[in-house]
Each structure stands twice: as C-alpha cells, then as structure tokens.
Design a protein around this ligand. Structure first.
Ligand code: NAD
Length: 496
C-alpha cells in the first residue's frame, strides 16, 4: 500500500505530506482500520492551536487485533533470512532519507519543534534503520567446551517474541525507530503505541515501512486516548514477551508493575535531570556551545536536556552573561518557519509547568537574566529564559523543566560539583566541560548517570548505548546493546 501523499522530493514551505495522510486509521495487519461511529483523537498544531487531523481512538478489541496481527506475522518474520531482514531495514533508511525534508516538516507541524531540530531528528531516526540493518546480519551465538570438559555449551540468540512499544511526543520519529529497527533486526514483530499528541509521523512511517517491504503484521500502530487500559490489556496477553517504553518515570513505574504480572521483559527509557558542569579551566566557547545545544535542542523538550547548570565560581559571572546573550538572540516562532530557533512547547499544560518552576525559583531568590514572561496570543510559547543563582531547594533542580529555561548555580570544588550532580533520583545524562582531560574522565566516572558528554553538548548517537541509571530507566537503546534488548539467549548443553 503506497501513500500517495508522500512525495520523494521536498520542495515548498508547505509540507508535501498532508497531515491527514497519517490519520487514515489504525494500522493493523497491514490494513488501515478506521472505526466508524467512535470519537477520535484531535491532533493540534502547537504553534497555532489549529486542528491538524483526527486519529482513531483504539479500544481493547483493537489492541487484541493488533496483538493477533503481530502473532500471525511472528513465525514468518522470524524465519525470514537475516540478510533479507537487513535489506528491508536498509530500504527503510533509504526511504526516510529520500523523504527527510517532508518528514521533518510533518514532525515540525505536529510537535512544534524548529525545522532544524526536526531535520536532525529525521537523520537520527533513519540512522537506526541503517545501523540495525548492519546488526541484523551480525547476530551470532557462542560455542564452547565446558570448563570441566564433559560437555559443550551452545548459546543461540533468539527473537524475544511479540513486543509492545510505547513512545513519547518529543521525538515522534526517533523514539519509534530506535525501538522498531532493532526489534525487526532481531526477528520480532511489534505493536507501536505512539503519543496521542504526535501520532501522524508514526502512521506516515508505518506506510513507509510497508513500502520498504516490511510484511503485514510485523509492525502495527495504534493510537488511544486510554493508554492505561489498552496497554494493560496487551501486557495481559501471554503472547506478549517484551515491553519497550520511552516516557516519564511515573508512567514507567506503573508499566513495570503491570508488566510484572506476566513477568514481561522491560526496557525503560525514562525521565532525566541532567547536570551540566563547567569548570574554571573550561574553554568558554566550547562550554557555551555545548550548553546551548544541551539546553536548547528541541527547545529544551529532551530527556537529555541540561536541567541544572553548575558553573565554577571563577567563570560563573562571565558564563552567565554570555549564555544570556546567546539565549536572548534566539528567535521564537512557529516550528515550521525556517528562521525559528525555538518553537512552542507541546501543550498549554507544559507551559504551565515551566511557569510554575520559574516562579518557584524566583520566589526562592533566583535572579532573572532574560525571558521569564509567558507571551499572550495563540500557540504554546515560552521564551528562552536564564535564571542565575538558583538555590538548591528550588523545584527546578529536581523536576524536569522540559522547556527553554537555563537554571544556573555556582560551585567551588570538584567534590561539590559531583555531589550536586548526583543529588537526583534521575541518572540519564550529564555534561562536563574542562580542558583537563584527566579531571574530565575522573568526574565523568564519578557521576552516576548512564551517559556523559565530555566537552560536548550532545550524547545521542545510534551507534552508542543510550540509557540511564537510577530512576531514568532500565536497559539500553542503540549500538550493539540495542538489538540485545530484543533477543533471548538460548543455552543448549550437549555432549558431542
Ligand atoms: P508520558 O510518560 O506521559 O507518555 C509517554 C507515552 O506513554 C505516551 O505514548 C503516552 O500516551 C503513554 N502513556 C501515558 N500513560 C500511560 C499508561 N498509564 N499506560 C501506558 N502508556 C501510557 O511522557 P511524555 O510526556 O510523552 O514524554 C516526556 C517524558 O519522556 C519525559 O519524562 C522525558 O524525559 C521522557 N523521555 C525519555 C527518553 C529517554 O530516552 N530516556 C526520551 C524521550 C523522552
């Protein structure tokens, strides 16, 4: 089934992909299922609050149908030779790359992110297909003589089975491909439930996978306004063996409890509260560039976003002043406009939260360097904001801001910086800036997070293991680790 509205070449300012192309129905068993007589879910452009499309609202019966479809396709996909699976994944990469501009515009439209960020996301998202196309033909087992010499140990890696994948709205393409590509490389079939705020990209990509040769039922996509019961029903189905979730820590906790009932394998990519540490000896240009990237990629709506910026006292005033200049220079506007640096937030509720965190910090003595005032008018905008001298008891230090607010505090010693960085229930990413490589590596190892950017404001890389410690999650996505999350080790003991 081709999507006529998808054109291979990007051109005008208007998205070549009609947003409604992603709203043709639930995608189950290779069919577009449009339930009649049921309410649907509105998808809103966060830049204008205009209605973009309406997508179907899946029920428990739809969820069962999706699992049925994934189950029906499982044996065939598992038996598909790795080389063939690899070629299909490679084709997904090629199609995504050929349509990158159109996909970026669609992401920008439904998510609000600046077009530059959306382009970056498409490249990142497509790369998971290229990487996993290469992984699909490199899944190998082990064969060894047991230490006692009496038997042989054979270890085979098998697809784990049917997978339920749940993704957030902040990276509508990449969070889905980061799961789908390794799952398919491993030989698994999947049901994807994207976030209701940004479902259009997921549906458009489903059509693209089909065009690339992914057989019916291997990838199924459904949207629902009742994710709790719908997910619980899928996890209660004994055919489901894997839950891979990306989203907030509170929802992750709920899903872990739900998955425990059937002892389902879980990969959890959860919330973050990244510290960014700048030592006195840092190259200030490198640190500023890194801080702007770590803070402002996706307008701060990233799990890896620098939530707390700690600057050593010798550099503090200069860094705060120069960061304020950089933040003030950013152009706020609709995501899909090419001149926009900082698009809107996803919802009015998201802006409410940012406003609450900023007010709380100011009420506790933080100083406002720029921004801080919510604009009137349509769209869910919040300006780039710098808060200096944020006290440790401010809520902004322990909650995800998920917005364009840089919260700066001062520190004196290396030990103090490490203690501040580790004073969080989260452990996803951290950033360290120093010219002293020995110190950089030492501090990186002392910080309890899954990832550290050392003199870099970006850690995401399809070839690297992405994931967190503490309450930021379980498991890793990307790199050689990504595909392992979808494989089960089968050990055969034999005497030859
Ligand atoms: P969220 O937890 O509210 O929602 C994530 C997904 O879970 C959505 O699809 C949502 O519909 C679904 N969901 C919500 N309640 C559910 C339930 N009871 N049962 C099943 N599914 C349910 O998160 P969000 O607001 O969409 O995304 C932002 C969060 O995601 C932030 O905390 C961010 O840090 C995190 N995130 C983490 C990573 C990572 O890789 N660690 C990446 C991106 C985002």
């Amino acid at each position: 089934m081709n999507v006529a509205a998808l054109s291979p070449v990007a051109s005008s300012a208007q998205p070549a992909i009609d947003p409604a192309a992603g709203a043709r129905g639930l995608y189950i068993g290779g069919q577009w299922v449009r339930p009649v007589g049921r309410p649907s879910i509105p998808v809103v452009d966060p830049s204008t609050e205009a209605l973009l499309a309406e997508v179907p609202d899946a029920t428990l019966d739809d969820a069962r149908a999706a699992i049925d479809a994934a189950a029906a396709a499982a044996a065939g996909w598992r038996a598909t030779p790795p080389r063939r699976r690899s070629e299909i994944l490679r084709r997904c990469f090629e199609l995504m790359t050929a349509r990158a501009e159109d996909l970026a515009r669609l992401i920008s439209l439904e998510n609000g992110k600046a077009l530059r960020d959306a382009r970056g996301e498409v490249a990142y998202a497509a790369e998971f297909f290229r990487w996993n196309a290469e992984e699909a033909v490199r899944i190998s087992g082990d064969f060894a003589l047991s230490p006692a010499g009496g038997n042989h140990i054979i270890v085979d890696y098998e697809p784990i089975g049917i997978c339920v994948l749940i993704t957030p709205w902040n990276f509508p393409a990449a969070m889905a491909t980061r799961k789908i590509a390794p799952a398919l490389a491993a030989g698994c079939t999947v049901v994807l439930k994207p976030a209701s705020e940004t479902p259009l990209t997921a549906y458009v990509l489903a059509a693209l996978y089909e065009e690339a040769g992914v057989p019916p039922g291997v990838v199924n996509v459904l949207t629902t306004s009742t994710p709790g019961p719908v997910t619980a029903a899928m996890l209660a189905d004994s055919r489901v063996r894997k839950l891979s979730f990306t989203g907030s820590t509170p929802v992750g906790r709920t899903l872990l409890a739900e998955a425990a009932k059937n002892v389902i394998s879980c990969s959890m990519e959860l919330g973050g509260n990244a510290p960014l540490i700048v030592f006195d000896d840092a190259d200030i240009e490198v640190a500023l560039e890194g801080a702007m990237l770590a803070k402002m990629r996706n307008a701060g709506e990233a799990c890896t976003a620098a939530n707390r910026i700690y600057v050593q006292s010798g550099l503090y005033e200069r860094f705060a002043a120069e960061l304020t200049v950089c933040m003030t220079a950013l152009k706020v506007g609709p995501g899909a406009e090419t001149t926009t640096d900082c698009g809107p937030m996803i919802t009015a509720k998201a802006v409410d939260k940012i406003e609450r965190l900023v007010d709380d910090a100011l009420g506790r003595g933080a100083r406002l360097r720029c921004g801080g005032e919510r604009p009137t008018g349509r769209g869910f905008f919040y300006p780039p904001t710098v808060l200096a001298d944020v006290p440790t008891d401010a809520a902004i230090g322990c909650e995800e801001i998920f917005g364009p607010v840089a919260a700066l505090s001062r520190f004196e010693s290396e030990d103090e910086a490490v203690a501040l960085a580790n004073a969080s229930e989260y452990g996803l990413a951290a950033y360290v800036f120093t010219r002293d490589l020995a110190r950089g590596l030492r501090v990186s190892r002392r910080i309890d997070t899954g990832m550290v950017g050392l003199n870099r404001g970006l850690v995401s890389d399809p070839a690297a293991p992405f994931g967190g410690t503490k309450q930021s999650g379980l498991g890793r996505e990307g790199g050689a680790h990504g595909v392992l999350e979808f494989l089960e080790a089968k050990y055969i003991a034999t005497t030859l």
